[in-house]
Write a protein that binds this ligand. Structure first.
Ligand SMILES: NC(=O)c1ccc[n+]([C@@H]2O[C@H](COP(=O)([O-])OP(=O)(O)OC[C@H]3O[C@@H](n4cnc5c(N)ncnc54)[C@H](OP(=O)(O)O)[C@@H]3O)[C@@H](O)[C@H]2O)c1
Length: 329
């Protein structure tokens, strides 16, 4: 495993583990996963040197935090534990109360990274950060982070906190390369961190899905990326992915992760539906892409223009209806 060169209480692994899948109905992995595989994934991740674990109070309405907390029991000091505040009425007393509730579900007395899950359109960060500052003062929170913040608001949040807002967790992958233009150069220049979520574009970049094999769970049946029109449009990107993967004797998913973490300021937090996926994702930390490979992948990513937005809704509904009447294979 490789780690970020940023001074934090526990070193942050370049490949972390996202745990939205744990206990959440929308991923549809079921009880056997929540009660068995999820814990096994966490324990194997720890064995392989993963330190960054990401959850949120909203994942499975607290179930993800509970499952993660139980699974990492006995390993607290090896973990850089990140959770998120869903910013509903994020006034300072509410922020403080919700951090305590997250810590209780996780069974810990310190949240290493407490992130604002998304910008609140009404409540400014000057208000939210008052709550965060109080939590840092009493030692319940180590680092403060944000998520889904544009660069200007990330900087403003830091000014409001009066000390570093370590990280910004954003959608970032070869299917959504935008952060490479602004957030990543900023983080590299200033010692901040970009945490790439959905780094495999929810499995799209594994090359496993196409027009005839669509994922069936709720999250992805409403993700326009998996529409046949987009799997067709992604042909160029997947071709470059295949070339680079062949050169490294690696999988598409591993190359997609290696592309993200080539920057010294980026870590990725793929979710996993099995221990085998976790192991494969962790191995991506050892892959060194050449500059030419990185550029070729970036060019292909920028050329990929997926159909998105309201115009895809009728197609999504049709695809969802079809998958609900076809019995699972
Ligand atoms: N801050 C935010 O707003 C936000 C939003 C979304 C996610 N997140 C965080 O980011 C984490 C990761 O994002 P995500 O779960 O949306 O997407 P992701 O990590 O891109 O995709 C995860 C899915 O990809 C498939 N997969 C994983 N490893 C694979 C491999 N080696 N080979 C083939 N397929 C593989 C699995 O699904 P199948 O096996 O079922 O195909 C897995 O459930 C979440 O768990 C969460 O912690 C944060």
């Amino acid at each position: 495993m490789r780690y970020l060169d940023v001074d934090t209480a526990v070193k942050i692994s370049k490949i972390g583990l996202g745990t939205w899948q744990f206990g959440s109905r929308e991923w549809g992995y079921g009880d056997a996963y929540s009660k068995g595989e999820a814990g096994a994934i966490v324990r194997r991740a720890l064995e392989l040197g993963v330190s960054l674990f990401d959850t949120a109070e909203i994942y499975g309405f607290g179930r993800s935090e509970r499952i993660l907390g139980q699974a990492m029991d006995g390993h607290r000091e090896e973990v850089f534990l990140a959770t998120k505040l869903f910013p509903l009425a994020p006034f300072p007393p509410v922020v403080q109360q919700r951090a305590v509730a997250s810590a209780n579900r996780l069974g810990v007395s310190r949240l290493d990274l407490y992130q604002v899950h998304q910008p609140n359109p009404l409540v400014p960060d000057t208000v939210i950060m008052r709550g965060m500052r109080a939590l840092q003062r009493i030692g319940l929170v180590g680092e403060v982070g944000v998520s889904n913040y544009p660069l200007a608001r990330w900087k403003a949040a830091e000014e409001a906190l009066g000390s570093r807002v370590l990280s910004n967790q954003v959608r970032f992958s070869l299917a959504a390369p935008g952060p490479a233009d602004d957030l990543v150069p900023y983080a590299e220049r200033t010692g901040h961190v970009v945490i790439a979520y959905s780094p495999l574009a929810q499995g799209f970049l594994s090359g496993r899905y196409d027009g005839t094999n669509r994922p069936r769970n709720r999250v992805r049946s409403f993700n326009a990326l998996f529409l046949p029109v987009n799997t067709e449009r992604a042909a160029g990107l997947l071709r470059v992915l295949r070339e680079v993967a062949d050169a490294h004797d690696a999988t598409f998913a591993q190359i997609a992760l290696a592309w993200l973490i080539k920057s010294p300021a980026v870590v990725a937090i793929p979710g996993a539906s099995s221990v085998a996926q976790l192991e494969s994702n962790v191995s991506a930390a050892e892959i060194d892409l050449t500059d030419d490979e990185w550029e070729a992948l970036r060019d292909a990513a920028v050329r990929f223009r997926p159909a998105a937005g309201p115009s895809t809704l009728p197609r999504l509904l049709r695809a969802r209806y079809r998958s609900s009447v076809v019995p699972p294979g």
